[in-house]
Design a protein. Structure first.
Length: 399
């Protein structure tokens, strides 16, 4: 079946096959963002040194040499480069014509890049950064129309159905969107403690979100109204991938708050817009019903878990939830004997197994096989994480 899409602003008709997803266009946009980011990172590094945006080693830090920040500026420049390419492609141009979600996601990201860049240079207080995060989330809701509008209740639903969808009011949707966005922004900020960690997790999460969004695009019959989630995710994945060669241990440039907050808000925009395109709320397979929500949770599992643990830990200690410490997940991996690179790769492994496992559940017809595969990989991840603890007592690790 062929679907004819009429573009009102141009008066032309573009024929899109229901199964002819613009996969090459999304790939081209991601590669473009990666190339621009990679090429501009060196320039941004020189600017950071010139203007004094340098991370000097502190007691809670892992790095021991002064390292420039502002890597988020390079990632954002790469994302803008990807947007410029997408706007020239006939298929992906529809994402801008049918929705303002991509544009306002970029605007919200730009705001947090500015706030983060100022913090990287002048050390802003926590409440100023929180105000910027809430403002960015507000732009997503009020201007971009990006809201989590439907929640799935996993019980009831009547004969032959497992659970049922509940439509949220505009106030509830706005509140949930703001809370989720702020949580994601701070979650990515909290895990940005090892070379390449935040960039790698951002790339994994964005890639998984893009794949999941392409599945939703297929379910929606290649409707241009559903182009936005995959495009936002592809832009972010490309930017993070292009930054990794400069940021992996030993890092020549840190992304800083300008980068971690950028990743958080773009992930929030991608996952929330994807949630609005979920159409599979009925059926007899409980796993099939749960997989869309599992995907959205899995892609942000590591940063949100670290954020939750940090808030509980600091609150119990009688300190502010925003006060820094050296007890994040990546710090604990170092404490039990992993090197920086190994700790980062382990975090990649855990995040990748959860995120891509959830995506596989959402697209595979063989649920049992996927669950066995995910279970095996989780067992492997647990063993790899515990290896230093299994070493012979008294053995001294040399460097």
């Amino acid at each position: 079946m062929t679907q004819v899409i009429v573009v009102p602003t141009q008066g032309t008709a573009i024929s899109l096959g229901a199964q002819g997803l613009p996969l090459r266009e999304y790939l081209l946009v991601g590669i473009s963002a990666a190339v621009v980011t990679f090429l501009l990172t060196g320039v941004v590094r020189l600017l950071a040194i010139r203007f004094g945006a340098v991370a000097w080693p502190r007691g809670r830090d892992v790095h021991v040499t002064p390292t420039p920040r502002w890597g988020g500026l390079a990632i954002f420049a790469g994302i803008l480069g990807g947007v410029a390419v997408a706007a020239q492609l006939p298929a992906l141009r529809l994402a801008f014509l049918y929705s303002s979600e991509v544009v306002w996601a970029i605007v919200a990201a730009a705001l947090l890049v500015v706030v983060g860049a100022l913090d990287d240079r002048y050390e802003l207080d926590a409440f100023t950064k929180l105000a910027g995060q809430i403002t960015a989330a507000g732009l997503l809701v009020l201007k971009g129309g990006i809201q989590w509008s439907t929640f799935w209740v996993p019980w009831g639903g009547g004969p032959g159905h497992i659970g049922f969808p509940v439509s949220l009011s505009s106030e509830q949707s706005a509140l949930i969107t703001v809370l989720l966005t702020v949580a994601l922004v701070n979650g990515m900020n909290f895990v940005d403690g090892l070379d390449g960690l935040a960039a790698g997790l951002g790339c994994i999460a964005a890639t998984a979100t893009c794949l999941f969004s392409l599945g939703l695009l297929y379910d929606n019959g290649n409707d241009p109204n559903a182009y936005s989630p995959a495009l936002i995710a592809a832009l972010l994945a490309g930017g993070c991938f292009g930054f990794l060669p400069h940021n992996f241990n030993p890092a020549r440039l840190f992304m800083g708050d300008s980068g971690s907050m950028l990743i958080g808000v773009m992930l929030a925009a991608a996952t929330i817009t994807a949630s609005g395109r979920i159409t599979r709320f009925d059926g007899k397979d409980a796993v099939g019903l749960m997989t869309p929500l599992i995907v959205l949770a899995a892609v942000v599992f590591v940063p949100l878990l670290d954020l939750l643990m940090a808030v509980v830990r600091r609150t119990r200690a009688g300190t502010s939830p925003f006060s820094p410490d050296k007890m994040h997940l990546h710090h604990r991996l170092l404490e039990i004997g992993h090197s920086q690179r190994r700790a980062v790769l382990l975090a990649y492994l855990w995040s990748g197994v959860l995120a891509f496992g959830a995506v596989a559940l959402s697209v595979s017809n063989n649920t049992a096989l996927v669950l066995w595969g995910v279970g095996f990989m989780l067992l492997f991840a647990m063993l790899a994480t515990a290896v230093p603890r299994l070493r012979t007592p008294g053995r001294v690790k040399t460097r």
